[in-house]
Design a protein around this ligand. Structure first.
Ligand SMILES: Cc1cc2nc3c(=O)[nH]c(=O)nc-3n(C[C@H](O)[C@H](O)[C@H](O)COP(=O)(O)OP(=O)(O)OC[C@H]3O[C@@H](n4cnc5c(N)ncnc54)[C@H](O)[C@@H]3O)c2cc1C
Length: 273
């Protein structure tokens, strides 16, 4: 399949990307790793007239320590998250989950920013950002603003990012001693999750269990009132509306969510320092 014709612009700086966005408005789309946008363009589900390539913005590719926080540039590729020694030490959930995305080719191109802004409920990193209580930093014409991950994913493939804004940074608290786990149930090793679960301390988030990436609030409430992992996991399907497909029905996914949440909570408890 071949995308519709478009004009290609390469941004040399964040400021240039923002001014190209302002100039072309709704007609433009930002291109990071292209591993979600280009498939949509080939299917003509996205038909931008102008593509603004962020690939040259190397200043947005980093994992760095800042006091009690780790700051990650939005253009950091999944491969670099997976192999970051700093992340492995300070935020191991993120490094581990990044290593489960697609295959090596996908991980060498895809970026954390693209994955979060795409807002696909079946993607892994949005749930991880929710479980980590990450803060997402957006930059627009009037400067920078911080958006908590819990307010970022607003609906099906929709986020709180403005059309004139770029996601520039993701901030997470260091949490090496916290129990964590990531469960991803796939039909084949390189597939997207049928259902996934990210646990960081007492926060639990779900992959592919509703129109938007979501926290499992019922499970968190049960844990806060002293429930065991098995008891808390029974509430995993509360307030969910997973896809209902012949390959995996909604009821099957709800059952799977309970099983995976229990496994994730038990594994997280075993890791807690
Ligand atoms: C075969 C295959 C398998 C995959 N498997 C998985 C999987 O198992 N798990 C998983 O989670 N994902 C999977 N993915 C998706 C992959 O992780 C993508 O890389 C990711 O979802 C999007 O990142 P990207 O950098 O490629 O973004 P792009 O495709 O370039 O962009 C995606 C969207 O985000 C916008 N955007 C990108 N960067 C920014 C920014 N900094 N600021 C504002 N807007 C921005 C773009 O305009 C676009 O709308 C898979 C993809 C493929 C092709």
């Amino acid at each position: 399949m071949i995308p519709a014709a478009f004009t290609y612009k390469k941004a040399g700086s964040v400021e240039e990307a923002l001014s190209l966005l302002a100039e072309h408005g709704d007609d433009a789309k930002l291109l990071a790793g292209g591993h979600s946008l280009l498939p949509l363009m080939k299917l003509r589900l996205a038909v931008p007239e102008v593509l603004i390539d962020l690939g040259g913005l190397h200043e947005l590719s980093y994992v760095r320590e800042d006091g009690d926080e780790i700051r990650i540039g939005a253009l950091t590729r999944h491969h670099d998250l997976e192999h970051s020694e700093l992340l492995a030490r300070e935020v191991p959930l993120l490094a581990h989950a990044a290593g489960t995305i697609g295959d090596p080719q996908v991980r060498h191109r895809g970026t954390i920013g693209g994955s979060l802004v795409h807002g696909d409920p079946a993607s892994d990193l949005p749930a991880v950002a929710l479980a980590l209580d990450a803060v997402l930093v957006a930059q627009g014409p009037s400067g920078r603003r911080e958006i908590p991950a819990t307010e970022f994913f607003t609906d099906f493939f929709e986020t709180a990012l403005g059309e004139d804004e770029l996601l520039v940074e993701i901030r997470v608290a260091k949490n090496p001693a916290q129990g964590w786990d990531f469960q991803k149930f796939t039909k084949r090793a390189i597939d997207w999750a049928v259902v996934g679960v990210a646990v960081a301390g007492d926060r639990v988030a779900l992959v592919n269990m509703g129109p938007a990436p979501m926290r499992a609030r019922g499970v968190e409430e049960a844990l806060a009132s002293g429930a065991s992992p098995a008891e808390a996991a029974e509430r995993a399907a509360e307030d969910t509306s997973p896809p209902d497909q012949a390959s995996a029905t909604a009821d099957y996914r709800k059952h799977l969510a309970k099983v995976l949440v229990r496994r994730a909570l038990e594994a997280a408890a075993a890791r807690r320092a």
